[in-house]
Design a protein around this ligand. Sequence first.
Ligand code: KIV
Ligand code: ZN
Length: 511
Amino acid sequence: MTRKIAIFDTTLRDGEQSPGASMNTEEKLVIAQELIRMHVDVIEAGFPISSPGDFKSVQEIGRLAGDDCVVCGLTRAVDKDIDRAAEALKTAKRPRIHTGLGVSPQHLAEKLRITEDECIERAIHCVKYAKQYVDDVEFYAEDAGRADQDFLIRVIQAAVDAGATVVNIPDTTGYNMPDDFGARIKSLSDNVRGIENVTISVHTHNDLGMATALALAGVKNGATQVECTINGLGERAGNTALEEVVMALKMHGDELDGHTDIVTQELTRASHLVSRITGMNVQANKAIVGANAFAHSSGIHQDGVLKARDTYEIINPEDVGAAGSEIILSARSGHAALKHRLAELGYTFAPEEFDDIYQRFLEIADQKKEVYDEDLESMVQERDRDIKAVYTLDALQVSCGDPLVPTATATIMDEAGEKHVVCATGTGPVDAAYKAIDMVVSMHGDLQEFVVKAVTRGIDAIGEVTVRIQSESGKIYTGRGADNDIVVSSAKAYVNAINRMIQTARANEGK
Ligand code: KIV
Ligand code: ZN
């Protein structure tokens, strides 16, 4: 039997650090639910001291996870951070505090302005301080990839002696070559006393496009936990992609001496979910979860695959949940068929909620011949996003063309249930719709990016619009909207971004 490699998912912490990928607590809970369904071992749910929203997310995810997985909160090596993380993690049955500080010459001299000995003292202190609250303490040696190796051994020895249960060796800047990083992990395994009783974790970034290779080199040399994110989201070029590590371990488990407990059939759905919620589209040629990952276009390849799939495919698409559904859903489908398919996709609803879902399904089915899984996922996630909306787009009518002046009439409901009917003109139908919305909403944002994408198949596809708006404080908010009519999608996306901006402002005011 190979070693169990723990999957530590940091989509909700490092992943959320991708510019524009911020999520509210409800959205994080939807992703956490999917991570639990996928059987990740650890969810890093946030950085509790960084904002009231992060604090609440760690609290709520702790409550949600129960015994299913470890829930972790990040801190700096600072007492008040650790106090705050411990408070947020009180709801968790299996809490972990993740604390640490920079250890490279750059971090010591330029960021922290401390000596090596002071760094070691702080490492010992933060681990011991966190241990007062929880048994499970993970110590991170930030920028270990560029640290002096003898010093790294001393810091890790100090953290282990102070009681760390996990030591995280990040290549924070994605600087290393895989062999060098592997050698660093091996030298820790060989030289730190007691390390055999501690989990070695690797946390690598993708600045040179080698995050997965680095993580696997770590595993080969003694690491038994990998920190990763869905779709490789994360700071700058991102983190190691969870789906890549998991599938590499599945295909090469013997040489790597490792396996994971991940339900690989969930990988595609998790990827779609995270992409939809964060507004970060996945490149079509992305390994494992990209739209083209199992598409064969050249005649020679198609011929080969039709004769035997393994001529050009090393992974069976079904193993990552990429296979299509056999059940054809349409306006003629009843409750049972819809319920069955939604349950297969992992969505279950209370009977009183299901009626609303079925009505939404019929509205889509009325406009389309066939309702695909992507339509259903889009519909359910759209509904999740609507919950607790400050403003909801009730109706939109636009007139445009040549030589008409583009004009939009929008009906918007506010959270008090008041209906606002407004009309505006603009340079085009979307501009007119946005100007009409601006007449009602209490906060405004500058439009920075506008992307339209067909998320389902066919001419009657659902068009999904992602917008990014910038608040007065400079923060970016993503909004998404889906509909068969792309002007309606655009308006929904804009209202969604404004709702997020307002919800974040409220959360930060502690309302
Ligand atoms: O990249 C990094 O070093 C990190 C740490 C905070 C673990 O994200
Ligand atoms: Zn990181």
